[in-house]
Design a protein around this ligand. Structure first.
Ligand SMILES: [Zn+2]
Length: 96
């Protein structure tokens, strides 16, 4: 008779945050669905970042002209305020 000893490790899913029991100490996801969703989410967030950066860089030329400079800076400050508010609402402390 063979006795199989399997250890079980309590883990927290890196996608949905649920707790689960795994036989692998390094398991990060509760299911293949969550692993796949995290993979898609990472691709999506990189796409969003590229899009945002390209739009933000469109502000730059307007900083050169005195007529639009102050207004452009105000618009850019608004973007920064939105980002700061999102971090605050999600309890994210940014160390500079
Ligand atoms: Zn999960």
């Amino acid at each position: 008779m063979t006795t199989h000893i399997t250890r079980e490790y309590p883990r927290t899913c890196h996608f949905c945050g649920d707790t689960f029991i795994s036989k692998h100490p390094a398991a990060r996801f509760c299911s293949s669905r969550c692993r796949q969703r995290m993979f898609r989410w990472r691709k999506r967030i990189l796409f969003i970042q590229r899009e945002c950066l390209s739009y933000i860089h469109e502000f730059e030329p307007y900083l050169r002209f005195s007529d639009s400079r102050a207004h452009t800076v105000e618009l850019m400050k608004d973007i920064k305020l939105v980002i700061d508010a999102i971090w605050r609402e999600n309890n994210i402390k940014v160390v500079r």
